[in-house]
Design a protein around this ligand. Structure first.
Ligand code: SF4
Length: 680
């Protein structure tokens, strides 16, 4: 087989890959020099993709309980359990929990089936844990979920602010592009993060903001620009609506940043109009994440630093297809093609799908969905390509919910994830390299993931599995035989987005043939700056949103520390795939709790010893790493290890509190304590 151009399976940078299949399932991976996301660059996870596509640990056959079943028997049973549940308890008793690893075509079918035909919007995604707050902030500010710039803007900027982003580890190819731009034209880099990460180490300025201090910090910057006469009154007059007196009334709020550091930051912001602010999970994974996104966007709108080369707010997504999922309605609070639930938008979607039972209102977001599973309102849940039993906050509760649910269906690549072990029916899904479809990266670039190898065992594409169930339930409109047919239908549907004044427009692909689809090269919808001609609110103006810093929570004497969580460079989510690679295990062999030296003294911890981290929700053991990169009073643990992979079960520790607008959980600022323990 000749080399195949495809897209990396991991993060939202969306790097192009040239994969050369060899003997058996061997692969040689190179960066695609022609792909505009990476121009040939790759990080460690992309480079070692070939180590994670073997048959070890794969789910090869449909399983009913512990018994191997045929596809027909398994699909009949899924359809029967789902149909019975709808008939006896109504459509709201059914839910799908899906993943940013799904391809756009899979996401489209999942949404069409549940929202258009079953009649519930109870479909949410692990992207809720990753970037839902950025989506909500975009919708509030712009009237649509649109990232207003591109990676080229990062390279053209004179000043780059990274907010809540360890870019060097979590989006390494973006980091390589930033580093190259700094070298080429001396762009300044500021990292706003409570931790001194590897990214912060290499910045011109590290701003160690207090946990959840970002809103106060950006409001303070906005007040500073106002006081220096640097607001762009002409831009605001022509393009923005803002609350009366919001800007005039802004005053200093506590962001926990040393005054000298703040002064240097303000000086850089004042001096550089070509400024991009990249924000990521450190901002989004918060109980005030939407306000943080709007605080960032406010600064750009008020100073006219948006919709032009080298200037704009830029939200980085975590997963390879979080953005594609957003486009086809992959969150419980949206319909496909960036549409909402107004009567007019619902009528358009009903007509387009010829939908018999379009859902009337938004469904349950992830945390609320598992609460509904726990208390029996949801009796049938289908989990696709994700591991909520360990990745959700308050994961012990989620595990209990799945354990007591009447029917749990899991479509998975891996046979024994923590979640798959709780399933009644397991369906083998195609993995990366086997499946075929499209993904959208953080800058709205659509690329193909292509088939490189035969499916493992009897694995099938997720879209095909769902279409088979839909037909068994008697629904029309699911007679697809190729992902290109699904993409063409979705592209045609974006006419609804255009009709309702939105920017998402793929109508040029509406009549694409399978050959066109197979030959697709990466392209970006909306061009470089899609909001340049006007924002998506009905009046064409953006909204500056009045946001206020959250009140500092009283310190809980039993849990006096602030727990922060995040990623390691070479692992991905719950390690179901990266954990298979020997090379990717070298960087960090085990999960560490990072502790400031003062806290190590205070709690009697020694570097290299073990400690139990406890919260009101659970406890887990980690090896201690004493580090002055932590702020005193704060500790950090990685998200990756699980019950199946050993110590460090971080999901159990995180509270289920969510942002009131986006429903995104706050993974970054949890009351915790720590105590030394003897190794087991
Ligand atoms: Fe893959 Fe992201 Fe690394 Fe690119 S930066 S190779 S998309 S993991």
């Amino acid at each position: 087989m000749s080399a195949v151009r495809t897209t990396c399976a991991y993060c939202g940078v969306g790097c192009g890959i040239v994969a050369q299949p060899g003997e058996g399932r061997a692969l040689t991976i190179k960066g695609d020099k022609e792909h505009p996301a990476n121009f040939g660059r790759l990080c460690s996870k992309g480079t070692w993709l070939g180590e994670t596509v073997g048959l070890e640990g794969r789910l090869l056959h449909p399983m009913i309980g512990e018994r191997r079943a045929g596809w027909d028997e398994a699909l009949d049973l899924v359809a029967k359990r789902m149909g019975d549940c709808i008939a006896q308890h109504g459509p709201e008793s059914v839910a799908f929990y899906v993943s940013g690893q799904l391809l756009t075509e899979d996401y489209y079918i999942a949404n069409k089936l549940l929202k258009g035909f079953v009649g519930t919007a109870n479909i949410d995604t692990n992207s809720r844990l990753c970037m839902a707050s950025a989506v909500a902030a975009h919708n509030r500010a712009f009237g649509e979920d649109v990232v207003p710039g591109t990676y080229e803007d990062l390279e053209a900027a004179d000043l780059i602010l990274l907010v809540g982003s360890n870019t060097a580890w979590c989006h390494p190819v973006i980091w390589q592009r930033i580093e190259a731009a700094r070298e080429a034209h001396g762009a300044k880099l500021v990292v706003i993060d409570p931790r001194r990460t590897e990214t912060a180490e290499r910045a011109d300025l590290h701003v160690p903001v207090a946990p959840d201090g970002d809103i106060a910090l950006f409001n303070a910057l906005l007040a500073e620009m106002r006081d220096r006469g640097l607001l762009d009154l002409g831009f605001m007059d022509a393009h923005c609506e803002l609350p009366v007196d919001f800007l005039a009334d802004l005053s200093a709020q506590d962001h926990g940043v040393d005054p000298d550091v703040f002064a240097r930051l303000a000086e850089l912001v004042a001096a550089n109009r070509r400024m991009v602010t990249l924000f990521s999970q450190g901002a989004n994974q918060s109980v005030c994440g939407t306000d943080k996104g709007n605080a960032v966007i406010n600064l750009h709108l008020a100073t006219g630093r948006i919709n032009r080369t080298g200037a704009g707010p830029f939200s980085m997504t975590g997963q390879p297809n979080a953005m594609g999922g957003r486009e086809v309605g992959g969150l419980a609070n949206m319909l496909a093609c960036h549409l909402g639930f107004s009567d007019e938008e619902r009528a358009s979607v009903t007509r387009f799908w010829n939908a018999p039972a379009l859902c009337a209102e938004p469904g349950l977001k992830a945390v609320d969905m598992f609460r509904a599973v726990h208390d029996g309102r949801i009796r049938f849940i289908w989990v696709m390509g994700t591991n909520p039993a360990v990745s959700m906050p308050d994961a012990g509760f989620v595990r209990e919910a799945l354990d007591r649910c009447e029917t749990v269906v899991v479509s998975e690549v891996i046979a024994e994830t923590d979640t798959a072990k709780l399933a009644d029916i397991r369906l083998p899904a195609m993995g990366w390299g086997e499946k075929d479809g499209t993904v959208t990266n953080s800058e709205r670039m659509i690329s193909r993931q292509r088939t490189l190898m035969s499916p493992a065992g009897e694995a099938r594409a997720d879209w095909r599995i769902m279409c088979d169930v839909a037909r068994r339930l008697g629904y029309g409109g699911f007679d697809f035989d190729h992902p290109g047919m699904i993409f063409a239908e979705y592209a045609a549907m974006t006419q609804l987005s255009v009709d309702h004044g939105k920017m998402l427009d793929l109508t040029a692909w509406a009549c694409c043939s399978i050959e066109d689809y197979d030959a697709m090269t990466p392209f970006r919808w909306g061009g470089e700056h899609p909001l340049q001609g006007g924002f998506s609110h009905a009046d064409g103006k953006a909204r500056i949103v009045a946001v206020d810093a959250p009140k500092a929570a009283a310190v809980d004497p039993d849990f006096p520390l602030r727990l922060n969580t995040g990623r390691y460079r070479d692992q991905w989510h719950t390690m179901t795939r990266t954990g298979l690679s020997a090379k990717l295990s070298i960087h960090r062999r085990e999960p560490l709790v990072e502790v400031h030296p003062a806290d190590a003294d205070r709690f009697g911890l020694s570097d290299g010893g073990f400690a139990q981290v406890g919260t009101r929700w659970g406890a887990s053991v980690y090896r201690v790493a004493v580090s002055d990169g932590q702020r005193s009073g704060e500790i950090f643990v990685p998200m990756h290890w699980t019950d199946l992979t050993g110590k460090g079960r971080t999901g159990k520790l995180v509270h289920p509190a969510t942002d009131p607008v986006s429903g995104q959980p706050g993974f970054k600022n949890v009351s915790a304590t720590i105590a030394p323990v003897e190794p087991e």
